[in-house]
Ligand binder design. Structure first.
Ligand code: S3P
Length: 209
């Protein structure tokens, strides 16, 4: 049976996603980056494209604590939250393969970074200040942004964290474009990093089979 061009492209795409899953083995794809980088929104879509489970570390911390992150910060302080974050991520990393979105501060912990290196492929969703601010200003559930000067806080966090985030296995620019476009770029970057097949050429006509 001969397949049409569209079916061929679809087959190539599926083949490539299967190769990524195979190369991944039991490792997790771990999304890191600042608040507003799109770790959860992009992570969900990436997981669905790769047909892998999606886990949000912050949601798991809230579940384990029985309260939300703002309450944990208010009642127990940031150090307590960081301790829980480190433990929960260490536990979650044992359950790959999966797409794991982490809170913006998680990768700053050396033990968590080492765990991610041992059990995952890290993807830094890097974003410009303007893009981050536009996104974080939509919601007010982040304790680090409880004050008014979001710009100053984000600038400080960028200065402290970007050099550390830069240790990630893969970096993808989280631009102000549709999520699916960025997910496509993440898939390409992962395929490249994992040594999988090249992207099927878009406009290249195929030999008849
Ligand atoms: C934090 C980021 C938040 C959450 C907590 C602390 C940080 O997660 O873990 O409020 O230190 O950057 P998101 O990056 O998902 O917003």
């Amino acid at each position: 049976m001969s397949l049409g061009l569209t079916e061929h492209r679809k087959e190539d795409r599926e083949q490539r996603l299967a190769e990524i899953r195979e190369a991944l083995g039991s490792r997790s794809i771990v999304l890191i980056g600042l608040m507003g980088a799109g770790k959860t929104a992009l992570g969900r879509r990436l997981a669905s494209r790769l047909d892998l489970p999606f886990i949000d570390a912050d949601a798991e911390i809230e579940e384990a604590a029985g309260s939300n992150i703002s309450e944990i910060f208010a009642e127990h302080g940031e150090a307590y939250f960081r301790q829980g974050e480190r433990k929960v991520i260490a536990r979650l990393l044992k359950s790959g393969p999966q797409v794991l979105a982490t809170g913006g501060g998680a990768y700053m912990n050396a033990e968590t970074r080492a765990n991610i290196k041992a059990h995952g492929i890290s993807v830094w969703l890097r974003a410009e200040l303007k893009v981050l601010l536009k996104r974080v200003n939509r919601r007010d559930n982040r304790p680090l942004l409880a004050g008014d000067d979001h710009e100053a806080v984000m600038k400080k966090l960028m200065a402290e964290r970007y050099p550390v985030y830069a240790e990630a296995d893969v970096t993808v620019e989280s631009r102000d474009v549709p999520h699916d476009t960025i997910v496509g770029t993440v898939v390409d970057a992962l395929a490249d990093k994992l040594g999988c097949a090249k992207k099927p050429a878009k406009d290249q006509s195929r030999e008849k089979v």
